[in-house]
Design a protein around this ligand. Structure first.
Ligand code: GLY
Ligand code: MN
Ligand code: MN
Length: 452
C-alpha cells in the first residue's frame, strides 16, 4: 500500500515537473520562437529585427541614430552594465559604447538599412572585463545587417545623411540636458538637418508587449512572488528592515534575476508612509505595518509588486480598516476596467472616488482620498515606470500596475497594495494574483512563520 502511494506520488510529481517545465527556467522560453535559435536577453534576434523594421516604417524619410550606454559613464569603479532600455529594445546588444543607425531608404551601393557600430576589440581591456563581441562577429551574433567599428562612425554618418533631412534620436530634456551625452551626440551631426525625438515612436512600440516579453515579465513576477513569500515567512518585530531587503535580494539573485528593477522599499512604522523610502535601516517594532514594494528584473523586464504586512502577524482594527479600504479601491478600479476603452486616468478617478466615499476619516476628520498622494498605476516593462502615453486607452498587450495607497503619518499607518495586470481582449489578467492580498490571507500566510 505504502509502496503504491510512493509510486503514485512519484508519477504525479514527474507529470507536474513536465507540466511546469515551460515556466521553469525561462532561458528557454524565447528560444522556441527563434528560428535561428539565437536569443539576446531572452528575446529572439528575429524579434529585435522586427522591432527595427517597425520603427523604420514609422520614419520612412528620416534616419534613426541611437547611442547605447558606455562603460565609463557611471563612475571609476566598474558597475554592472545595464544597456539603456531604448537601445536594448531595438538591438539586445550589451556592448558598451555601441551606436545604432537605421536608414529606411538604405544607403551606399548595397542599400544597407541598419548599421551597428561597435568599439574595436581591445585585448588588453578584455583581460579585465572579459571578451566582447567586436564588429567582425556582430552580424552573426546580433543579426544586424552590417557592423562597423565606431571609429568609422563620422565617415559613414556623412554618407547616410546625404539624402536624409531628418534625424530621429533621443533628444534630452530637463535641467541637465545641455550637459548630457545625448546632446554631445546630437551636436556631432546637427548641421543642416532637423533633429526629432524618437522616444514617442519607440514608447508606443514598447507599450504593447509581445508574447516573448510577457514570458519574461511573468518570470519576473514569479521571482518577486517568491521573495514576498520569504518576507511573509521571516518578518517579525526585532528585525531590521535591511534584513528583509537581504532576503529579497537573495531570492531575486538565487532565482536568476539579474538585479532589482528598482531599489527595494522596506518601510516599517513611520517609514510605511514614505512612498519611495529606500534607506531600509530601521528596527521593526511590534504593531508596525511594513510596506514591502519590490520587483525582480528578469533579463531586462521588471516586476513591481507591493504588499503591506503587519509585523506582529495580525492587523490592529484600525490597520485592518485602512487595509480593507485600499484593497477595495484596487477592486473598484479592476471592476471599472474595459479593455480598449478605459484610460489610466479614469481608473485613478474611480479609485479616488471609492476612497472619498468611505465613512473612514483621518484623525483630523478628512476623507481618506486626501491621503492617496500618488498615481494609481503605470506601465511596467523594460523600465519599472515604463514608457507609453497615459492619455491613451489601455489596449490588449499593455501591462500596468494598479497600486492604491493611503498614508497617514500621524498614525504611522501606510498601506499600499500593488499588483500587475495584463490587458487582454476580454479584460484584466492579474499576473500577481497568486500572492495573497486579502487581510485574512496575509495573516494566514504569516502564521506559517518559522520561529527563530
Ligand atoms: N516601486 C515604485 C512604484 O511602485 O511605482
Ligand atoms: Mn509601481
Ligand atoms: Mn512599486
Amino acid at each position: 500500500m505504502r509502496r503504491r502511494l510512493i509510486l503514485q506520488i512519484l508519477i504525479i510529481g514527474a507529470a507536474l515537473v513536465g507540466l511546469l517545465a515551460p515556466f521553469g527556467s525561462t532561458g528557454t522560453v524565447a528560444q522556441k520562437a527563434s528560428p535561428s535559435g539565437k536569443t539576446l536577453a531572452g528575446i529572439a534576434i528575429e524579434e529585435y529585427q522586427q522591432r527595427r523594421e517597425r520603427l523604420m516604417e514609422l520614419v520612412p524619410e528620416g534616419i534613426v541614430l541611437l547611442s547605447g550606454k558606455t562603460e565609463e559613464e557611471d563612475s571609476e569603479v566598474e558597475q554592472k552594465f545595464r544597456q539603456r532600455s531604448y537601445f536594448m529594445y531595438l538591438t539586445g546588444v550589451e556592448i558598451p559604447g555601441a551606436i545604432l543607425a537605421l536608414i529606411p531608404k538604405g544607403y551606399g551601393p548595397e542599400k544597407v538599412r541598419e548599421v551597428l557600430f561597435l568599439p574595436p576589440r581591445n585585448p588588453a581591456r578584455e583581460r579585465w572585463t572579459g571578451p566582447k563581441v567586436g564588429p567582425e562577429e556582430a552580424v552573426s551574433e546580433f543579426g544586424v545587417q552590417r557592423a562597423l567599428p565606431t571609429t568609422a562612425f563620422e565617415n559613414e554618418l556623412s554618407k547616410m545623411l546625404e539624402r536624409a533631412q531628418v534625424i530621429y534620436t533621443v533628444v534630452p530634456s530637463g535641467p541637465s540636458a545641455p550637459f548630457s551625452r545625448e546632446r554631445a551626440f546630437i551636436e556631432r551631426f546637427r548641421q543642416g538637418v532637423e533633429v526629432r525625438d524618437v522616444r514617442p515612436l519607440l514608447a508606443e512600440l514598447r507599450r504593447i508587449k509581445s508574447p516573448a516579453e510577457l514570458a519574461l515579465l511573468r518570470e519576473a513576477v514569479r521571482i518577486t512572488a517568491e521573495a514576498h513569500r520569504e518576507v511573509a515567512r521571516a518578518l517579525r518585530p526585532g528585525m531590521f528592515e535591511y534584513e528583509l531587503e537581504a532576503l529579497v535580494m537573495a531570492t531575486f539573485l538565487r532565482n536568476g534575476a539579474r538585479r532589482a528593477g528598482f531599489p527595494p522599499i522596506i518601510g516599517s512604522g513611520p517609514n510605511s508612509t514614505i512612498l519611495h523610502y529606500q534607506a531600509n535601516r530601521r528596527l521593526i517594532a511590534a504593531g508596525d505595518l511594513v510596506v514591502v514594494d519590490i520587483g525582480a528584473e528578469y533579463e531586462y523586464y521588471t516586476a513591481d509588486i507591493t504588499r503591506t504586512y503587519p509585523a506582529s502577524g495580525r492587523f490592529t482594527d484600525r490597520q485592518r480598516q485602512i487595509y480593507a479600504l485600499v484593497l477595495g479601491a484596487q477592486k473598484a478600479a479592476e471592476a471599472a476596467f474595459r479593455p480598449g476603452q478605459t484610460t489610466m486616468r479614469e481608473l485613478q478617478e474611480v479609485a479616488r472616488r471609492f476612497l472619498r466615499e468611505s465613512p473612514l476619516r483621518s484623525r483630523d476628520g478628512q476623507t481618506l482620498d486626501r491621503f492617496f498622494i500618488h498615481g494609481l498605476g503605470h506601465y511596467v516593462g523594460l523600465d519599472v515606470h515604463d514608457v507609453g502615453d497615459y492619455s491613451k486607452p489601455l489596449v490588449p498587450g499593455v501591462v500596468i500596475t494598479i497600486e492604491p495607497g493611503i498614508y497617514l503619518p500621524d498614525e504611522q499607518i501606510g498601506v499600499r497594495i500593488e499588483d500587475m495586470y495584463l490587458v487582454t481582449e476580454t479584460g484584466l489578467v492579474k499576473l500577481s494574483a497568486h500572492i495573497p492580498s486579502a487581510p485574512e490571507e496575509v495573516e494566514r500566510w504569516m502564521a506559517r512563520r518559522t520561529t527563530r
